[in-house]
Ligand binder design. Structure first.
Ligand SMILES: [Zn+2]
Length: 314
């Protein structure tokens, strides 16, 4: 199947059932229930979120694909993909895949950014991505490696070192506006191929006096990683003493300790965890994203996609 790589990797994760749906978070004891945000009192499984949820269904109706009579209660997304492969033309399989990708993107915008779904926009995004990809494939194939090399930017991104295979590197940093007492955190999650898996910028809530904003930032960053299903991580950011001491330190009952306890909780959800201090511009993308947050005053989440704001930085 000739599909954009980000769509392929998304389909694989959807078929494996490892998208961070409410059902998955509930099974990991990170939510009290797995019910979908749409209010239909159904568990938000992968197949619910991409297929039977009203938000998804509106997109399928809008898509023009001949799916109206298909069973809406297919329990596993994998089985749905099998049916798609058997019953749709190669062209329509491509569109179906891109639509599923953007339905998940819409779901994340609704859940994390409290936006309202718009099926027309989702269908447009999917069609544009597919069209752009088809047009770009022959062009990319004809560029020889010598030309490709000359396009590689030399800059701060050269100093970023990827994590080992199987792990993710989570870069984070904060941006502060002391006058307005505002603080934003930027997070960029990349794999060993340097591909951006997820990114986010969001405000850090005002912590009690004396509690360092890095603590609030680390809570946000770790919570984001765990909820997104990134459980083997290299955490790279500004040097943070309190994180290094987390394992040895017996927490007391001060206000700061209460926040550290929350960090400890998220660290315990991880399978493997390595702490690194950023050096020589290795953290450039996260710093840039924190500034994007501070200047736009918005919470933004990118899943399986690079922030446009970081073009030229990554
Ligand atoms: Zn739903």
């Amino acid at each position: 199947m000739s599909l954009p790589p980000k769509v392929k990797s998304f389909l694989w994760r959807a078929c494996m059932g490892i998208l961070p749906t409410y059902e998955l978070l509930w099974r990991r004891h990170m939510r009290n229930d797995g019910l979908c945000h749409c209010g239909a009192s159904e568990v938000e499984s992968v197949s619910h979120s991409l297929w039977s949820c009203s938000l998804a269904n509106d997109v399928w109706l809008e898509s023009g694909l001949n799916l109206q009579k298909w069973d809406r209660s297919i329990p596993h997304f994998f089985d749905l993909m099998e049916a798609v492969r058997r019953r749709l033309s190669p062209e329509d399989i491509g569109l179906f895949s891109c639509l599923a990708y953007f339905i998940w993107g819409q779901r994340n915008k609704v859940v994390h950014e409290k936006l309202v779904g718009n099926p027309i926009v989702v269908v447009k995004q999917a069609k544009n991505l597919l069209k752009g990809y088809k047009e770009s494939v022959p062009a990319v194939a004809s560029i020889d490696s010598g030309t490709m090399r000359s396009h590689v930017l030399v800059g701060p991104r050269g100093r970023w070192v990827p994590p080992p295979a199987g792990c993710c590197k989570v870069n984070w940093d904060i941006a502060r506006d002391s006058a307005q007492k505002l603080c934003y955190v930027g997070v960029v999650v990349r794999d060993y191929d340097s591909k951006v898996l997820a990114a986010r910028c969001s405000p850090i809530q005002a912590l009690p006096l004396g509690v360092h904003p890095y603590i609030g930032a680390c809570i946000k960053v770790l919570k984001f990683s765990v909820e997104m299903g990134f459980l083997d991580i290299y955490l790279e950011g500004p040097p943070v003493k309190f994180m290094q001491q987390l394992h040895v330190q017996h927490l007391g009952s001060s206000i700061e300790d209460m926040w550290l306890e929350e960090i400890q909780f998220y660290v315990q959800q991880l399978r493997s965890f390595t702490l690194q201090s950023a050096v020589n511009g290795s953290n450039f993308a996260a710093t840039a994203l924190a500034q994007v947050g501070l200047s736009s005053k918005l919470t933004k989440v990118w899943v399986e996609d690079s922030p446009l704001e970081l073009l030229g930085v990554l």
